[in-house]
Ligand binder design. Sequence first.
Ligand code: NAD
Length: 442
Amino acid sequence: MKKGELRMSTGILAKKIEEFERIGKLINAPGWFYDEMLTPKRVLKMQIRANVGGKPTSLTAIRVLHRNPHPTGARPFKGGTRFHPAVTEELLTVLAMDMTEKCALAGLPFGGAKGGIAFDPSVCSEAELRNITEQMIIEMLQDNIPHPDIDVPGPDVGTNPTVMYWMYIKLADMNRFRNIPNVPAMVTGKPIENDGIPGREDATSHGLLIQLKEFIRLARPAFSDSAHPSLVIQGFGNVGYNTARLAGKKEFDFRVQAVSDKDGGIYNPNGLNIAHVKKWYDERGTLAEFPEGDVVTNKELLELKTDILIPAAIENQITKENADNIKAIMISEGGNETITPEAHQILYARGIPAIPGIAANVGGVVVSYFEWRRNRGDRKHRVDFDDEKEWVYSELSKIMHNVIQNVWTKSQELSCSLSDAAHILAMETIRDQLRKKHSYMD
Ligand code: NAD
């Protein structure tokens, strides 16, 4: 096995590589597979000067294009854009590798990518955020991305449809000098009225809940309340809030007992009224002192007794330090890398099924794929948004069912964790695609 370029890493990337090599052995991956997968295709680092909370600051925007197992042409890299203080090249590399696996697992024709900038967007004015976003796009264009056939960013932590709209407008403006067709297909997660697609904003959450229902049907976990299973959700952003909001709908019928943001959470064992929580949060910018629940720290929230735990914030929340304290009957990873590989193994040994992020939160990129296709004119734009949303949800549902059925079947066949099963399936697919792409013989 030759040395891949990423093997010098520490921290989250070192753990990801260790895990990758362990799964690689399980699928008898050839040497070239490690070389390909442990060497990102391109890593861009771009220096930006901008005001952050009124202070002139030097920022480094990073974009990692991991691997694209599809023949080059109209098969771009795809991945979100993160604005968060903890962004590093290592973290983005791990998240880009996850994207490569996610796309393979869901059968999407994309390679994996991730981008971001390390800063705290919550201290910025709207004008500052827009300026940072536009500067990042100007720098990226020097390397001919975003581009509908090369690299298509979407939203992630700290970015939202408004940020995606700013990117889109800047790209449209700059395209006067480039004349690349299908400008709207250069970024996804745009507002519906600006060439976005209905259903994208809550796609990750919607997909997660559809998949969770199917998993419960397949695995029949022993919940305390099988009629209305209880949920505890970490995170109250795009994925956390929308999961909490949709969970109580008749088609899902879950009861949300707790939610949190970065400063802590609130808990009511009988269930929270999410509309009340959202109103409180929007008015005050905090969950603290919400009158219809008790205060919990993020640490306590993860260890609450509940049927289903959904970590939907940031990575490394369930580790070998607290995996033994988890009391949930099962877990579904709304966020990426929220459970470390070691913790996945501990949970499996404890009989707690945990649907890994590459399967559970794949709905976001699935609906981004629909948006990208529509923007390229592959499918006719429907004027009626409700009609379009129904189509999106029905197609999303097929893919989410398919993913969890495949993962469940594999885990039963091999008597392994859902995490191992999902990674095995994804890596087998990528290995076979790369073998075909490069005509490798072994
Ligand atoms: P977001 O920025 O909308 O929300 C993030 C939430 O996490 C916020 O409530 C924030 O307060 C909370 N948070 C931040 N730091 C925290 C900490 N240290 N402890 C506890 N909570 C913390 O982001 P999002 O888009 O909801 O993304 C959440 C996760 O889902 C990420 O892992 C992201 O990669 C993943 N994801 C997002 C999408 C998408 O389309 N947005 C798709 C797939 C996966």
